[in-house]
Design a protein around this ligand. Sequence first.
Ligand code: FAD
Length: 323
Amino acid sequence: MSVLVFVEGFNGEIKKSSLEAATYGYQVAQQLGTSATAVAIGEVHEDALAKLGEQGISKVLYDADSRLNDFVADAYVKVIAKAAQQENAKVLVFSNSNIGAAVGAKLAVRLNGSLATNVTTLPKTDGGFIVTRSVFSGKAFAEVNLTSDVKIIAVKKNALEIANAGSGAATIEKFSAELTDADFVAAPKETIMQDTSGGVLLTEAEIVVSGGRGLKGPENWHLVEDLAKALGAATACSKPVADLDWRPHHEHVGQTGIAVSPNLYIAIGISGAIQHLAGVNSSKVIVVINKDPEAPFFKAADYGIVGDAFDVVPKLIEAARAL
Ligand code: FAD
């Protein structure tokens, strides 16, 4: 019996959220007195896979089939299910990313397992397998007991630190689920948003600088971009900004957009409507810049600046560049 972690690549490297999942998988394996194996799919550098040993992963099953470079849910599910079968894995761990959540649900059906998404804690294993999940857009927590033989856990991003278990390089084993072309033809190719701003993947970013309608128009977006560049951050926006075509839709965060959980979220000229907060309130630190002291976002903020964005943001850019 082992724990199997599905790791996702981006630009050949392992995503930060998958390193978190690997850390989690290793810690569960420690609890259960077993080892943690990873499965990787598509284009990922082998040295990046070997480095998973730092998170405690002992072995990586690597399916380098180039047809898997784009996400195809059913094909990914087949690969992971076969890896789980080979390793006799009873606990499967993913990041709660778009891809992780999609394959986790399908795998739960296929393996007759139980799935818990947005998990924030290691399981309590005395008298069950109880994990805590973040629910209602991060407003509450629920404890769930996974009672089926196969347990599938999607770990909430940025909920735990990446540990360095220091156990050397993981061994890489070439792996194939012997997929046929039919596995790709039958299923439409899914498009999972992987867009980046300034080379930083929004869903993985440690810092996000986000703009709202208070910025008046797309011609003023250099304020968001310059601050993001100075901080090494990704850029994001509120829904109306994307609806107005000031920014592309893949930057829209919130209930109907992308959910982010960076260490720092800087909101500029955004009112803080509940639908916007739903996608950003898991951020560790929220900084709000708004000229209206009554803006609802201030209630969710750790730090607030009441002021005109056109005065405040250039000063912040200057300060960030000087860091
Ligand atoms: P506004 O509400 O217009 O706020 C602009 C803010 O800028 C104001 O607080 C104002 O005081 C401030 N401001 C103005 N000028 C300046 C200045 N010079 N300097 C500093 N501050 C200034 N919204 C999302 O963002 N994401 C979602 O996923 C989402 N999903 C939705 C789903 C549904 C079903 C519905 C009904 C709505 C959804 N919305 C979503 C829309 C949401 O309700 C708000 O309308 C939206 O978030 C407001 O965007 P905003 O804050 O950019 O604009």
